[in-house]
Structure formats: structure tokens, C-alpha cells
Design a protein around this ligand. Sequence first.
Ligand code: UT7
Length: 325
Amino acid sequence: MKCIRSELIGWGHYLPPKVLTNDDLSKMVDTNDEWISTRTGIKSRHISEGETTAQMSVKAAQMALKRAGLEASDIDLIVLGTLTSDNTTPSSAAKIAGILGMRSGTPAFDVGAACSGFVYALTTADNMIRLNQVKSALVIGAETLSKITDWTDRNTCVLFGDGAGAVVLRACEGNGTSDDRGILSTKLYADGSKYDRLYTSGGVSTTAHAGYIFMDGKEVFKSAVGCLSEAAEYVMNDAGVSESDVDWLLPHQANIRIIEGVGHKLGIAPEKVIVTVDHHGNTSAASIPLALSESLESGKIKKGQLVVLSAMGAGFTWAGALIRI
Ligand code: UT7
């Protein structure tokens, strides 16, 4: 049956130039490359030196618009997944829209779902496209986690990085089968009873300051493999495809052991799992669009291929999306 699909027609990413290696970190806190590499798979991460979430988003968005062959004024919607907005209000999406020169009246808003923020934003945009409320959307995931990292806490400061990734979606006609191009299925989840397992030590209505990231690492680790697998499994089943049909699994990039655990649980071979955590670290809502754009740009992910996105983070939130590129 004919249906509207959201086709991915552009992608972009931006990483701030400063690279912080594990050896650099070993001069700041009591840690070493061996511990960080074996426990997390992270070797280096990019750290913003003054560039804000919105400024990095603009660079990723400009690349995505260029790849799509569109102007900002052609876009009907902008949604940003982030937990590190430039200001408490207005949304960074509105700021980005202004800088890019999007049309006055174009809806713009941020989505707060931590590391699941990009997949939440993508799902929102996809639903609005399929409801025929908009014909195109710019969806971004961007973070300056370095601003809410306690650089004296070795438990967390070795994990995070900064960056931005973006995609452009456009309405297209599908046949309602898994051969269609575009977003084939999405699924969102949350469990608020785990609110205090991964959080910042402050916020606007509590301390009036952003605070620093705290995490019960072991508890998050245990839940992450199950949540990421559940979301991926749901969208594959929903679209009627099996793991052998999937070309790429692109899970949230938090820890190589979690990523490998998810691939193993789903029965997807390691060579079909996208890994960027080694050089990006955990960039929360930016992690999936950064890895997606990098892999599309390098030609690793090709047109027509089936990609499963799967995210998990604070809340807890988790989410999946299946896309044929
Ligand atoms: O983005 C949302 C999702 N986030 C995640 O998925 C993160 C999930 N959690 C993890 O990735 C892991 O739990 C961590 C990487 C955070 C920690 O790994 P772990 O294997 O669970 O280590 P641990 O917390 O059990 O710590 C083991 C030891 C401790 O020492 P003792 O108590 O055994 O003497 C820590 O104090 O490692 C110590 N440690 C460190 N040592 C050197 C903790 N951090 C460091 C460090 N360098 N940076």
C-alpha cells in the first residue's frame, strides 16, 4: 500500500579540532591509556574550545544541506537532540534556525532525551513527515559534554567528547514494504525509575546551575546491552526484516564492550557493526548522527543499504530506528 516515507537525503558532521588523548588525560587524573582502552575502547575524543552546541550544529547542518542540495530556506522543520543547549531558553534549534537563515514560521525545538536524543528527534520528524505536516526536516544531535564533565573525576572524564551530526529528511512515496527507501520503523522507550542512575548534579529548577555528569557505571552498563538490543530487535521485527537482512548496526557509541555485547546478542557479525567510540568517545545525542555521517561520507554505508540505529541513555531512555539509505 502506498505510503509516505522520510528519505535521508543529506548528512553532515562536525568535530571541534582539539583532540584529547588518553595520554593527555593521564596527566590530568590518575588514569592510563591501558585502563581506558580496555574498559571502554576509547583512544581519543574531540573537545570544544569555545564553540557552542549551536555553533557546531550549524557546521554539521550546512554540510548536510549541501549534500542534500538544499538551502536552509527549503526546510520545513528543525529538531535538535541535546542535553547541552546554549541557553536555558530559547531552544538551540531556534538559534540554529536563525543562523542558518531558515524561513520565519518554521517550527524549531530541542528534544531532551540524553543519549537517545537524536533517535527521539528523528522519530518526531519522521512522524510529522508521515502525517504530511511537513515535507522536509533537519534533524541534529549535538553536544558540548565537556562543559558538564568534572575534569577531576576519573570515573567520568575519560568517557565523554563533543561534536555534532545532522541529517536532512524529505518526504517520498513508498510502497509500504521493507524495500522502500527511508525510515521504515522507529520505537521510543523510557523508564523514569532509573532517573538517578545517570544524571547531572544540578539543573535550572534545583541548583540553578547545569552541574556535572554522575553515573552508576555498572548499572548503566548492565541495562545498556539489553535496552540497545531491545530497540534494535523491535524495529527489525516491526519492518519484517531479520538480522541477516541488515547491512549495518549502528548503536550508541558509549563503550566498545557494550557495542560488542549488542552485536553478539542480536547475532550481527562484528564487521557489520559501526564503531567510532575509539576516536569520538561518548558524545551522547551526537554519537549516532556523527557515526552515521562519517560512515556515509567515507562510502562505508552505501545507498540502498539497511541500517539499524539503537540508542540508550539517561532517563533511562532508549530508542531504535531502521533506515534504508
Ligand atoms: O551514554 C550513556 C550510556 N553510558 C554507558 O553506557 C556507560 C556504561 N558504563 C561503562 O561503560 C563502564 O561501567 C565504565 C567504563 C564507566 C566503568 O567500567 P567498569 O568496568 O564498570 O569499571 P568500574 O567502575 O567497576 O571500576 C573498576 C576499577 C575501580 O577501582 P577498584 O574499586 O576496583 O579499585 C575504579 O576506581 O577501575 C577504577 N577506575 C579507573 N581506573 C583508572 C575507574 N575509572 C578509572 C580510570 N582509570 N579512568
